[in-house]
Design a protein around this ligand. Sequence first.
Ligand SMILES: [Zn+2]
Length: 216
Amino acid sequence: MSYPIYKQAIYETTLNLVKVGLIRLSSGNISTRLPDGNIAITPSGILYDKMKPDDIVIMDLGGNKIEGKYKPSSEKALHNEIYKAHPDVNAVVHTHSIHAIAFSTVGIELPVVCLELVFVGGPIPVADYQTPGTVKVGIGAAKHFSEKPGLRGLLLQNHGLVAIGNDLNDAYQNAYNLETGAEIYHLALQTGKKPISLTDFQITQIFEQYKKPGKY
Ligand SMILES: [Zn+2]
C-alpha cells in the first residue's frame, strides 16, 4: 500500500506536540496503525526539528522495518505491545513531558481534579518502572489499559506519559489533556491545600453534558 498520507499525519502530529511543548528535542514518539496492519512510527535518532515526512518509518507489529531510511523509534515495543493487546487502538503518543514525568517520579496517581483528566479517563495510574525501550514497558502499559477500559492515558514511572486514541488526533488530544491535567494538579498543590476531586456523579454529569457515552 501507499504510505505518504500516514507519514504526513505522523509528521504533523509530531510538530504539533513540539509546538505545545510536550516534545523537546527528540524525546517522545508517535505512531499510528495502518489499514494493512503495519505501523507508521517516528524514527530513532533524529531531532524532530530536522525531521521530514519521508523520515517516518513503517514497521510491522514485531518491530521489523518495512520501509524508511532510519530505524524505528527505540521505544517501538511500547507502541507495538499496546497495539497487539488493544485492536481498537489506532494511535499511540508517548512523551517525556515534564509534569507527567515529575508526578511519575513520586508514583502519585493523578486524581480527577479537572475536565482534562476526566476526558483521559482519570484517575490516572502510574505503571511500574521498566527500562525504557524494553517490551516490559509496553506490556505494563497495555495491562493498565486492559484493566480500566475508559483509560486513555497513563504515567510511566520515572519516564513520561503514554496516550492512546482512535486516531492520531485523538491520541494527541489525550496526551495534551494528560500533561495539562498534571500541570494543573501541580499548580493546585502549590497552594498547600488539598485539591478537590470530582465525584463519580459529577464525572457522569460531565460526560452527559458533553454527550459522551460514559467514560469512553
Ligand atoms: Zn520514553
